[in-house]
Design a binder for this molecule. Structure first.
Ligand code: PBE
Length: 296
């Protein structure tokens, strides 16, 4: 009997203590940051290490003093798969995101405020070709130079691919549906005669879309086009050494700044093909944070 009463008292005391502990935690301020960090294991789901957004995310970890956090390397596909999985279960997740991207149309997401500017300002996508392309493939050069579209255009192609179309079919459908716009790109350009042309791209959703569209336009013009999927480093190396003819995914001035510096003078920048891109840490709208500062 004594034992039982003693046991009950111990139980009572520990219950009271536990309750106090719990309420202390809540009254000690809404410890959102701690709980957000814990809820995602202090992980930011990144993409391939060659992407400029990975450098920006590492910069953010530095700027916001997020030493406890890990930026997880992976791929564009693995990142969106992780996001989809978390989103369907309403679980917290933080990913490296960019626009244009289908994920912002498909899911209700927010890009965290970045008061320190780690992810930079809005930028543009440039068409980058190897030196000598103008002499060797004047027609292709002209089309690449005239290639220009919007985030919405790119978004349409991306969405179709996301919904299950293969990139070739999605590009073909887009080209068919936007004949006038495509005619602007090929304006004044004569038909080609089966000359070989090699376009390089990285497996980022935005670049899969753009490269397949311009590839389709060039092959419709009569070129024998090969689309070569590579990593970001080899993409710029390939343009510089001439093993690739062109790429339409130079995010500038900041995201691909390192590559531009490294290969200065070894490529030609034909200017922008799309304006107004963004990079940033992205979370589902159901998460209760709005700024990268809330991660601290
Ligand atoms: N991205 C898509 C690339 C550029 C295009 C934002 C993932 C990057 O970060 O390098």
């Amino acid at each position: 009997m004594k034992k039982l009463i003693f046991g009950l008292i111990v139980l009572l005391i520990s219950t009271v203590l536990a309750a106090c502990g719990g309420s202390n935690e809540t009254s000690g301020g809404t410890d959102t940051a701690t709980s957000v960090g814990e809820s995602v294991d202090y992980e930011i789901v990144g993409i391939d290490p060659g992407a400029g957004i990975m450098k920006a995310a590492a910069q953010a970890i530095d700027d916001y003093e997020l030493q406890d956090w890990t930026l997880v390397e992976g791929s564009s596909a693995a990142m969106t798969a992780a996001l989809t999985k978390a989103y369907e279960k309403k679980e917290p997740i933080i990913v490296t995101g960019w626009t244009p991207h289908w994920m912002y149309s498909k899911y209700d997401l927010k890009i965290l405020d970045d008061p320190k500017g780690s992810f930079g300002e809005k930028e543009n996508i440039h068409t980058i070709v190897r030196t000598g392309l103008q002499e060797d493939h004047t027609k292709a050069y002209q089309v690449l130079d005239q290639f220009h579209w919007t985030s919405d255009d790119m978004g349409e192609v991306m969405m179709q691919i996301q919904e299950g179309k293969n990139p070739e079919d999605a590009a073909e459908a887009w080209v068919k549906a936007h004949k006038e716009q495509v005619a602007e790109w090929t304006k004044g350009v004569e038909k080609a005669d089966g000359e070989k042309l090699k376009l390089g791209y990285v497996a980022w959703d935005s670049e899969i879309a753009s490269t397949h569209v311009i590839g389709k336009v060039l092959s419709d013009l009569g070129y024998d086009v090969t689309l070569s999927q590579v990593e970001a480093g080899p993409l710029w190396t390939g343009i510089a050494d001439g093993s690739l003819d062109a790429q339409v995914s130079g995010w500038l001035p900041i995201t691909h700044e390192d590559y531009v510096k490294k290969y200065k003078g070894q490529f030609e920048d034909l200017g922008t093909n799309l304006e107004g891109t963004t990079l940033g840490l992205t979370v589902p709208a159901y998460m209760e944070i709005d700024s990268i500062e809330d991660l601290k």
